[in-house]
Ligand binder design. Structure first.
Ligand SMILES: Cc1cc2nc3c(=O)[nH]c(=O)nc-3n(C[C@H](O)[C@H](O)[C@H](O)COP(=O)(O)O)c2cc1C
Length: 187
């Protein structure tokens, strides 16, 4: 590996994080905010806005839609994608599936390293569906970096997650593993 390039990647790594919940006090969004606070200073995590995306429609796929362009641009600039998304009726949340549908035909998503954060240990259907969808879209799920944390009914916000030693350690370790796997894959 070219040491200059590797060093540069260490200094400038950018990640995009998406929450599948639009709820104000969302545990999934809180987990991502906590992750930004736990991240080392050489890591830039941008939390994307999927709530402004229109409903996916192939008829308008090539239109110049600001929210879609922003999402694609943020993903293109990111070395990896972090997804935290809730289970709704045993499925992927509508906002997250909608966001992924906007990315299906683009060049930004395929082969992108993906870290999955599941905030509810009991919610396996949505997680399995997400794994199927992301894999179908040729995303590269990093299993060793993907984590489950027990936030459901915890009443924890982002600050509370950061202050919770066990949960913040799981998030930090997952993030560290994710970055290491990304760095190791840089040719
Ligand atoms: C419409 C709806 C359907 C839900 N369906 C399920 C479900 O099938 N399985 C489950 O484990 N939790 C289910 N839940 C609970 C959510 O996954 C849980 O409230 C989660 O914390 C929501 O994520 P958020 O806190 O990021 O908004 C459902 C919640 C809602 C609002």
């Amino acid at each position: 590996m070219d040491s200059t390039r590797s060093h540069e990647a260490l200094l400038t790594m950018k990640l995009l994080a998406l929450s599948g919940s639009l709820r104000r006090n969302s545990y999934n969004s809180a987990a991502l905010v906590a992750l930004t606070r736990l991240a080392p200073s050489n890591l830039e995590i941008t939390i994307g806005d999927i709530g402004s995306l229109p409903l996916f429609n192939p008829d308008i796929e090539n239109n110049d839609i600001a929210a879609v362009q922003q999402l694609k641009s943020q993903l293109a600039q990111a070395s990896g994608l972090i997804i935290a998304s809730p289970e709704y009726a045993h499925g992927i949340s509508g906002p997250m599936k909608n966001a992924l549908d906007w990315l299906v035909s683009g060049v930004e998503f395929p082969y992108k390293p993906v870290m999955l954060i599941n905030t509810s240990p009991r919610a396996s259907h949505a997680l399995n569906a997400l794994i199927e969808v992301v894999t179908t879209m040729s995303g590269d799920i990093i299993d060793s970096a993907s984590v489950t944390i027990p936030l459901l009914s915890s009443e924890l916000d982002a600050d509370g997650i950061v202050e919770n030693r066990e949960i913040s350690a799981v998030l930090s370790n997952g993030l560290k593993e994710f970055c290491q796997k990304i760095e190791a894959s840089i040719p």
